[in-house]
Design a protein around this ligand. Structure first.
Ligand code: ADE
Length: 273
């Protein structure tokens, strides 16, 4: 999968991308992250990428010309103007208001990282992992010229309800969450299946050697070798954790009759204690 990142701070990316699992995924050709400096697409002496906002007020705004030129050049799109807005529609695969469930795989999502976007979660990571190529545009300064959002960007994503100094960390978070869903990126092929959130539940607790540490024992059942019992215990621990820490998730999770019975038991226990 190919990630095209557009940023004013390209130096932020290599330290993270050249470590651990993402490094291995790149070396094995499973992902390819290209980081493009928007400043390389300016034509004035000072390589200006921002300007003061029309109408006054504080802060600076990212100018449209270098952002359009950078993305159009890298994607090989012809310049979008008011005369060919039809082509704007053609490259739009998704908007914040309507996200198609079946995405045309030949069209490339152009995602702006912004606190105003739809909030990133595992479902969106899965949806984006189906694309062979995505564009991540990192905002900086106080904001971006609205024409970038209106006529270039096809999707807007936030990583949570707080404001960062720019979209670079959010872009890395998307790359990480998406890359680990791709076939063969994780050493264990079932690695992503039991993740917290993958099943709509939080993941069960993990233990490793030693069996006893400072008097605290790992649960006997995990050392029993009885795989059916271990499966059942893990499922129940997932349900218990989700019930205690994120009860909101239970409303959307896919639950079996057995799960519901177990949860009823927890609720009764809680009432009695
Ligand atoms: N840029 C600044 N804050 C952000 C956030 N919360 N999510 C995505 N991009 C951002």
């Amino acid at each position: 999968m190919q990630f095209e990142v557009f940023t004013l701070l390209p130096e932020i990316f290599p330290p993270y991308l050249e470590s651990s699992i993402l490094k291995r995924a790149s070396e094995r050709g499973l992902i390819n992250v290209r980081v493009h400096n928007i400043r390389d697409y300016t034509h004035d002496k000072h390589h200006t990428t921002d300007d003061t906002p029309y109408g006054g007020g504080g802060g600076m705004v990212m100018k449209p010309e270098p952002v359009f030129e950078a993305i159009e050049t890298v994607l090989g799109l012809s310049s979008l103007t008011t005369e060919n807005t039809e082509s704007t529609e053609k490259i739009k695969t998704a908007s914040v208001d309507s996200v198609p469930s079946v995405v045309n795989s030949s069209s490339i999502p152009i995602i702006l990282l912004t606190p105003q976007g739809r909030v990133f979660d595992q479902r969106i990571a899965q949806e984006l992992s189906q694309h062979p190529r995505i564009v991540l545009l990192c905002g900086r300064y106080e904001g971006i010229d609205e024409r970038i959002r209106e006529h270039l960007v096809t999707d807007e994503i936030s990583i949570g309800d707080y404001v960062l100094t720019g979209g670079e960390l959010p872009a890395l978070i998307l790359i990480d969450a998406i890359a680990r869903l791709l076939p063969e990126v994780l050493g264990d092929p079932t690695g992503a299946q039991d993740d917290s959130h993958a099943m709509g539940l939080l993941e069960y607790p993990h233990y490793t050697r030693p069996p006893e540490f400072r008097g605290w024992k790992a649960p006997d059942i995990l050392l029993s070798g009885d795989h059916a019992k271990i499966e059942k215990w893990r499922r129940e621990q997932s349900l218990l954790r989700t019930f205690n820490k994120r009860p909101d998730m239970l409303e959307k999770a896919e639950l079996t009759k057995k799960d519901l019975k177990f949860l009823e038991g927890i609720k009764v226990e809680k009432l009695e204690s």
